[in-house]
Design a protein around this ligand. Sequence first.
Ligand SMILES: *[C@@H]1O[C@H](CO)[C@@H](O)[C@H](O)[C@H]1NC(C)=O
Length: 255
Amino acid sequence: MVRSTILTSALGLLSVVSLGAAAPLDTRADAATTVKVMPFGASIIEITCWRAYLWKKLQDSGIHNIDFVGSHGTPAAGCTLNGQAVSFDKDNEGHSGAKVTDYANHDALPAWLSAAKPDMIIMHVGTNDAAANISTAKVFSAYDKLVRQMRAANPRTALVASKLIPIDPERFGRAVADRINDYNYAMEGWVKRTTTAQSPIVLVDLHAGFDYKTMTREGEHPNEKGDVFMAGKLFPAVKDQLVKLSVQKLMGKQR
Ligand SMILES: *[C@@H]1O[C@H](CO)[C@@H](O)[C@H](O)[C@H]1NC(C)=O
């Protein structure tokens, strides 16, 4: 394609999306425009099926130029929705039991970033820090370090940061549930302070509307209903960033 055609299709893509037109957005999968997306966090990333449902929603809306990336593919058993198997790209960087403060203290992220080269990171991490009574200040200096590492690996990293889903205070303690609320409150200001034009951070509130009584398996990890909720909440923000990154790739700005 000549340059002007590339730009025209890029702008066409933008207008289709920004006008919310009914025509499906059909981005073709090829090496030049594939957007690599790393789901990053702990067990709520590793062992759950919201990634499958998000993948399906993206495919169903005509977005095919995506590659979920990370050092392993889980859950091993796959995912079903209403009893039907859902095929999806299982790659992710969720590690059960991990704390965001451990990731920062152990410098775990740079090697994963250089192996997987994500354009976008979907992050839900901090529940295990809350369970371990880690202070909000420590958690947010860890987030700061991780963002610096993301931007060092790719200055145009798009980060979809999420508020933590709630936990059952009767099973896990009121103090842990309250600490999750404290982190979530602090995250609003942190996103505003930390986002940049070049490397946007968008906040998705996975806490509001998430009912731990009906949407978790055991008060902590989402069940099918919770996974559907998470995918639905994440979808608009992920799609929006995917479109922007696709346009940057079409225009040759992204690597
Ligand atoms: C949590 O940490 C705070 C501050 O360090 C401390 O005052 C509090 O006793 C701790 N709570 C638990 C349950 O360990």
